[in-house]
Design a protein around this ligand. Structure first.
Ligand SMILES: Cc1cc2nc3c(=O)[nH]c(=O)nc-3n(C[C@H](O)[C@H](O)[C@H](O)COP(=O)(O)OP(=O)(O)OC[C@H]3O[C@@H](n4cnc5c(N)ncnc54)[C@H](O)[C@@H]3O)c2cc1C
Length: 345
């Protein structure tokens, strides 16, 4: 299959690039996505954001994109008593958030709304279940080999996290300094385990709890209220202690519920839905040996500002962004930058 531009990856960055091409009047492109869904590290299941959730007012690229797409935002709920756990044997310590401080925001309808809005105009250009394996320079074109056949283009944007992108086979090989940087670039949040628990009522709010529980020593290191913008779906969502990665799912669930019960009461056990996602097990995000974690260098390395394969290959994705690299904002920035680069060069 031939198209002028090929984008690999339908996460925020790839979708933003595609949307930017579309907005600038370019229709000759295709997006190749390995998974059977779009969104990458954004996934909302049962109203729970198992990937990205929050943005801040300073995340200008996200703020502007949401305005442009006419998407709403709302404050992360933080009213009432929050709990700090620094010792599981000590009594609970309560604190209240300063309501005058700027809040973290959530996207109305879940972060997936951003994905769906971006994809709406370009959905017919996305090829799901298309795992890219090789990238080959063939005269003045690039050939992309996938498990579903070959694609030929003039310019290619690769949005995979650098640690995954470097594992593809490149002919000719990438320069060594680029390979070294890619190998060292940690994939943001690829080690995270998330949990979401839904209820018929927001029982914690009814008892003047905010739903926030913070503490590095318990089975859940951070927990937050995750009620949707319309206040029709009542959930708590948090990060699971990575020390529980290797215990059985039943054991992990029991330890999580028992811990939360200590602080929020027996209603914790009367859930309507329980869901977990360990991103380290997801081969299209993570490839780390998680016995330890090394997070350096900073994101947005200068090697990602250049084209490779004689001006045909450009790397994008949040880890390549000098602006809020790792975050949604970095993904949006890199997506716009990549599309403008390939169109203008
Ligand atoms: C648990 C978690 C919580 C987070 N919380 C926040 C938050 O609150 N706020 C925030 O700003 N950010 C947060 N983030 C980060 C945010 O999700 C990312 O910055 C953003 O989604 C990255 O988008 P991306 O397009 O650069 O990369 P990705 O979303 O990783 O997209 C890459 C795409 O490439 C695809 N792909 C991989 N391999 C191949 C292959 N061989 N062939 C074809 N396609 C392939 C993948 O399936 C994926 O769709 C969080 C991330 C996680 C995991």
């Amino acid at each position: 299959m031939k198209s002028k531009y090929i984008i690999i990856g339908a996460g925020v960055s790839g979708l933003v690039s595609a949307y930017q091409l579309f907005m600038r009047g370019e229709a000759d492109f295709v997006i190749l996505e390995a998974r059977d869904r779009i969104g990458g590290r954004v996934i909302t299941q049962n109203n729970i954001d198992l990937g990205a959730v929050w943005f801040q007012q300073g995340h200008r690229n996200v703020v502007e994109l949401l305005k442009h797409l006419n998407l709403g935002k709302f404050n992360q709920y933080a009213s009432g008593k929050s709990i700090l756990v620094y010792n599981t044997a000590a009594p609970a310590h309560y604190f209240e958030s300063d309501q005058t401080q700027p809040s973290a925001y959530r996207i109305s309808g879940g972060t997936v709304n951003l994905i769906d809005k971006l994809a709406a105009h370009i959905i017919d250009k996305i090829k799901l279940n298309t795992v890219v394996q090789d990238i080959k320079e063939v005269e003045n074109k690039v050939q992309v080999l996938t498990k579903n056949g070959e694609f030929l283009g003039e310019k290619l944007i690769v949005t995979l996290p650098p640690k995954l992108a470097v594992k593809l086979k490149y002919i000719p090989e990438l320069p060594e300094h680029l390979i070294n940087t890619m190998l060292k670039t940690h994939t943001w949040m690829s080690n995270a385990i998330k949990v979401g628990i839904s209820y018929e009522r927001p029982f914690w709010r009814e008892q003047s709890f905010s739903g926030t529980i913070i503490g590095q020593i318990g089975p859940v290191t951070e927990l937050y209220d995750h009620v949707n913008a319309d206040e029709t779906n009542f959930s708590l969502m948090g990060f699971v202690n990575e020390g529980l990665r290797d215990v059985s799912p039943e054991n992990r669930k029991e330890r999580i519920l028992s811990y939360l019960e200590t602080y929020l009461g027996p209603q914790v056990r009367h859930y309507t839905n329980y869901i977990e996602k360990d991103w380290s097990q997801d081969v299209f995000t993570s490839c780390e040996n998680l016995k330890s974690l090394y997070m350096s260098p900073q994101y947005g390395a200068s090697v990602f500002k250049s084209f490779y394969m004689n001006d045909k290959l450009f790397f994008s994705g949040t880890e390549t962004s000098p602006v809020f690299g790792g975050y949604l904002d970095g993904a949006v920035y890199s997506g716009v930058r990549a599309a403008n680069y390939v169109l203008d060069n």
